[in-house]
Ligand binder design. Sequence first.
Ligand SMILES: Cc1cc2nc3c(=O)[nH]c(=O)nc-3n(C[C@H](O)[C@H](O)[C@H](O)COP(=O)(O)OP(=O)(O)OC[C@H]3O[C@@H](n4cnc5c(N)ncnc54)[C@H](O)[C@@H]3O)c2cc1C
Length: 447
Amino acid sequence: MEALPIRDAEAPFCAVIGAGPAGLFAADALAQAGARVVIYEHKASPARKFLMAGRGGLNITHSEAIERFISRYGAAATRLAPFIHAWPPQALRDFCAELGETTFVGTSGRVFPASFKASPLLRAWLGRLSRLGVAIATRHAFMGFSESGALRLLGPDGGEIVRKVDALVLALGGASWPRLGSDGAWAARLDAQGVRVTPLAAANSGALIAWSPIFRSDFEGQPVKTVLLRHGDARARGDIVVTRNGLEGGPVYALSSRMREAAAKDGATTLAIDLRPDTSLECLARKLSHRPQKQSHANFLRKAGFSKVEIGLLREARRDGLPRDSEALAALIKNAPLTVVGVAGLERAISTAGGVSFDEVDDDLMLKKLPGVFVAGEMLDYDAPTGGYLLQAAFATGLAAGRGAARYLGLAAAGGGEAQPGADQAGLSPRHLPYSRAPEASNKYSI
Ligand SMILES: Cc1cc2nc3c(=O)[nH]c(=O)nc-3n(C[C@H](O)[C@H](O)[C@H](O)COP(=O)(O)OP(=O)(O)OC[C@H]3O[C@@H](n4cnc5c(N)ncnc54)[C@H](O)[C@@H]3O)c2cc1C
C-alpha cells in the first residue's frame, strides 16, 4: 500500500475540478505530494464516462512501440510526447495492477483489464484516494472565476460558493456524451479569461445509416467481426457493431471525420464494407460458384459461412436483390456499398477534437494567462483514434498537471519527481500565487 503523506492544516489547499480519470489522477499526485485536495464534480457520482467506457470492455491503453503510440495523437503528438514518456502505457498497466486489476494484451495489441470493466478499478482507486485524504464534493459545478480570481462554484442547493485555493487543476473533459458530465461549458468560461480554445467538435463518431425497419429490428446490437471498411482511398479494419441508426466500432470511428466532411458536402457518402478482407475476389467467386439450383440466397450464404447479420448487410447494400452470379456476389461481399447520411454529433461521439490550445499552457500544463491554474485530460486540444490512446492521454496529462501544481506549490512532486530547481525564475514559486493560502469557504459547503 502507498505511504500516506503527513498533512496538516498548513498544507497547501488544491482544488481539482472534474472527477474523470484526468482529475482523479491529478488529485492522486497532489495528495501524494502532501497537498490537501478536494475534487469538485458536478454530477452526483464520479467518473461516469470512465464507467461507460468500461461497458465496452475498457480498452485502457495499447501495447505498441512507444514512438508509434505517440504518433497516434497526430498534430498534438509532439506536445503530448513528454507526458506519455513520463507515464507510458506500462506505467498505467502497473498502476492498474497496484489497484488489484491485472491487464492483458488482446490480439489487436490493445490492453484491457482482466475484468473487462471499469468499476472494480474505480472502486479501488476511490478507496486509495480516500486513504490519501482526498475529498470528493459531488454536485459542485465549476462556474469560472470571481473578479479577484477566486474559484466560483455552484453548490448542491444552487447557491454560489467562492473559494480561494492555492492551486487549481481543471480536468473537465471534452464535450461528447454530455449526459455523462463533460458538456464543454467550460470553453466559454476560459474564453472569457482570454484563454484560446480550439472549437470543440465530435471525433470518433458512429456512421448514420437509414437501415430498413426489418434489418434494424433483427440486427441492432449485433457485432460483425473483422471487416475492412473503405471510404474513398482510406481504409480501416476491425470489428463493427450494428446500431439502431448505423454502425459503430473502431474502423468506423477511424473514418468518421472523412465521412462527416463528405456527407456534409454532398448530403450522403458511400462506405464500402469488405466482409472477407483475407479472401481474394477470385477465391471467393470460386468458392461461391458451386451453387445448387434451387437453394435460396440465405441458405446458400449461411452454408458458405456467412452469419445472418452479414447476409442482412449484403441485402441492405443491394436492396433490389442479391445477384445469383457467383462473381457478382463475390464482388458485393468484397465491396458492399452502404449509404452514410452523416456521422453522430457530440451527443454520441466517443471523443472531442479541439480544446485548450497547447500554446496556452507551459511544460507543466499551467495556463500561462492564469498562473496557478493547470489543465488536464480531454479538455486539452488533442484527439486520437480509439485503441486506448484517449485514456492514456487523460492519465498522463492528469499526472503532469498534478505534479506541475505540486511543483508550483513548492511540494516535492509525487512519484519521485523533485521540486524543479529554478522554478522561482520560471515564475512558478508559490510567491506568485494569485490565491490566498487558507481554503476559505464562503459558505457552509466547506470541506
Ligand atoms: C462510450 C465511450 C467509450 C469510451 N471508451 C474508451 C476506451 O475504451 N478507451 C479509451 O481510451 N477511451 C475511451 N473513451 C474516451 C475516454 O472515456 C475519455 O477520453 C476520458 O474519460 C477523458 O477523461 P477526462 O478525465 O479528461 O474527462 P471525463 O472523463 O469526461 O471527466 C470529466 C469530469 O468533469 C466533470 N465536469 C464537467 N464539467 C464540470 C463542471 N462545470 N463542474 C464540475 N465538474 C464538471 C464531468 O462530470 C466529468 O466527471 C470512451 C468514451 C465514451 C463516451
